[in-house]
Design a protein around this ligand. Structure first.
Ligand code: NAD
Length: 252
C-alpha cells in the first residue's frame, strides 16, 4: 500500500474489534503503530499480536473524552516515534438501547462525549502534528448510524451523524495543509460491541444483519482494509468522504 510503509500511525480504540484489526493492518503495511485505548489489557494484547506478526507497535493509555489525556497521547506518540503521519479516530461506545423517552441525559452526554467529543479532541490535537510532517491523513469511525436513522439508539445515531459533519468540515479546513480527512461508515461488524447487542445469540445476529444486502456481518479486517486504503497515497484525491463499508445497507 503506497504511502503507509515507514509512517507513524495512531489508532484509538485499538484494544478491540475494528481498531485492533486496523492496527494489525497498518503494521502489515509497514507503519509503526501507536495503539491507544482506555483498556490497557486489550491494548497490550493488540501490541502483542502486532509483534507476533512481525510489526512494530506500542501501547498508549488514553481516554478520548478527556482533553488533557488526548493532548498527552499525541505528545507522547510524537516524542516516542518522532512524529505522526496518519490517525484513525475510532474509539466509541454504543450507549443503552431504548426509546428517547427512556434515555438519560447522563447516557446521552457520555455517548456524545466519547463518540463525537473524542473525534473532535483527537482531530484538534493531531492536526498540528500532521502539519509538522507537511501533511497526512485522518480517518474517523462514523457508522451507517451516521448516514441513516433507526429507532432506539438516538444518542449513538446523533453522535455518528456529528462525526460525519465534523469530518466534512475539517476536511475543507485543512485541505491546503496536505491533510485529508475522511470517515468510514461500517455496517454490522463482528466485534465485542455487536456481541453486547446480540448477547451472542445467532437469531439476534441474523436480525441485525438482515437489512444489509449481503446479509452477513463484516469481519473487522474488512473495515481495516478500507481505513488503511483511505490513509494511503492511493486515496490521494479523496477527502471529506463518509465512506460506507456496509455490505449494501445504505444502497437500498
Ligand atoms: P469494541 O467495543 O470492540 O471496541 C471499542 C474500543 O474502544 C474498546 O477497546 C474500548 O476500550 C475503546 N474505548 C471506549 N471508550 C474509550 C475512551 N473513552 N477512550 C479510549 N478508548 C475507548 O467496538 P468496535 O465494534 O470495534 O467499535 C469501534 C468503532 O466502530 C466505534 O466507534 C463504533 O461505534 C464503530 N462501529 C462499530 C460497528 C460494529 O458493528 N461493530 C458498526 C459501525 C461503527
Amino acid at each position: 500500500m503506497d504511502g503507509i510503509s515507514g509512517k507513524v500511525a495512531l489508532a484509538t480504540g485499538a484494544g478491540s474489534g475494528i481498531g485492533r484489526a486496523t492496527a494489525l493492518r497498518f503494521a502489515e503495511a509497514g507503519a509503526t503503530v501507536a495503539v491507544a485505548d482506555l483498556d490497557e489489557e486489550g491494548g497490550e494484547e493488540t501490541v502483542r499480536l502486532v509483534s507476533e506478526a512481525g510489526g512494530e507497535a506500542e501501547f498508549f493509555a488514553v481516554d478520548v473524552s478527556d482533553e488533557e489525556s488526548v493532548k498527552a497521547l499525541v505528545d507522547d506518540v510524537v516524542s516516542t516515534f518522532g512524529g505522526l503521519d496518519v490517525a484513525f479516530n475510532n474509539a466509541g461506545i454504543e450507549g443503552t438501547p431504548g426509546p428517547i423517552t427512556d434515555q438519560s441525559f447522563e447516557d446521552w452526554k457520555r455517548v456524545v462525549d466519547v463518540n463525537l467529543g473524542g473525534v473532535f479532541l483527537c482531530t484538534k490535537h493531531e492536526i498540528p502534528a500532521l502539519r509538522e510532517r507537511g501533511g497526512g491523513a485522518i480517518v474517523n469511525t462514523a457508522s451507517i448510524a451516521g448516514l441513516v436513522g433507526a429507532a432506539d439508539l438516538s444518542p449513538y445515531y446523533a453522535s455518528k451523524h456529528g462525526v460525519v459533519g465534523l469530518t466534512k468540515s475539517v476536511a475543507v479546513e485543512v485541505a491546503d495543509d496536505g491533510i485529508r480527512v475522511n470517515a468510514v461508515c461500517p455496517g454490522v461488524v463482528d466485534t465485542p460491541m455487536v456481541s453486547r447487542f446480540t448477547g451472542g445469540d445467532d437469531a439476534a445476529m441474523e436480525g441485525i444483519v438482515a437489512p444489509q444486502a449481503m446479509k452477513r456481518a463484516a469481519d473487522p479486517s474488512e473495515i481495516a482494509a478500507a481505513v488503511v486504503w483511505l490513509c494511503s497515497d492511493e486515496a490521494s484525491f479523496v477527502t471529506g468522504v463518509p465512506m460506507p463499508v456496509d455490505g449494501g445497507y445504505v444502497a437500498q
